[in-house]
Design a protein around this ligand. Sequence first.
Ligand code: RIB
Ligand code: CA
Length: 316
Amino acid sequence: MEKKKIIIDCDGGSDDAMALAMALNDERYEVIMVTIVSGNVRSKQAAINMRTTIEVNDTYRPEVYVGCDEMLVRDWVGAAETHGEDGMGDLDLVDESLIPDEGHAVYKILEALRNAKDKQIDIITLGPLTNIALAIRLEPETMKKVGRIVVMGTAGLGTGNVSPAAEFNIWQDPDSCKVLLDSGIDPIVFVGWDACLDEAMFEEDEIRKISQGSQIGKFCIDSNIVLLKMNRERFKRDCLDMADPAAMAAALYPECIDQCEKYYCEVELNHGPSYGGVLVDRYHFSGKKENAYICSKLKPDLYKKYVMDMLKRNEE
Ligand code: RIB
Ligand code: CA
């Protein structure tokens, strides 16, 4: 059976690495390219981190194209407190000589969609939506050829992780999220940060199992050391909220989705306490047409089994 083609757009942090490895090891899909945007770290470092992940995973090697280094409007902030200065735990895990391929990510995304049949390619985003927004602005009709856009982003139906209302990817570039929401692309699926919390959180024994299961599993766990230390403070135990792997699992293995409904969603651009949050109109106060799905909960057993199966796959 023909593999489903996917483009992964990411900001090259330690949970992006785990999500990328999962996708590369799911033989039902073909990652036709990895595109890079600044987010957790600047785009140059993010590209090095993802090229290194592809090498450590040691299966096939999709091209890696760098896109936007700056956000659409606001200043880049980054997330060194969560992923380390290099985005991968500051353990010298990455090979700084691994440079990206020639070509701008936004033009490469548009070229791929232009040359594909309608709905042949899905896009999965794991970072700020800057590349996607620029592609929409350049060729809105080409971007409507995409099958699905699955976004790791929003607080879902829960709390944010950079403020009570906002999740990092959207908060880092909220203007780009508005461009996507206004684009008419359908379906857009936001996998909220809440989808990777509670029973979907990876606990100490599960972390150990992934780390001991394969070379790529150890690489992915080691690179999340900064987040693990942060969580020891925040949650008072060794645990990992793996936002990008949750989004990747929802995209590639939808059987693990527990709650996912379509709502009218609007991003807050006013510089107040909810700045960068995505307001989900659950009870139709606005009377406006639903424009995006919110995936807010996964089935923990199915989700975790899928992640573990994908991370040990290249050792079988
Ligand atoms: O809020 C979590 C998201 O922000 C993840 O994609 C993480 O990698 C960071 O980009
Ligand atoms: Ca990310």
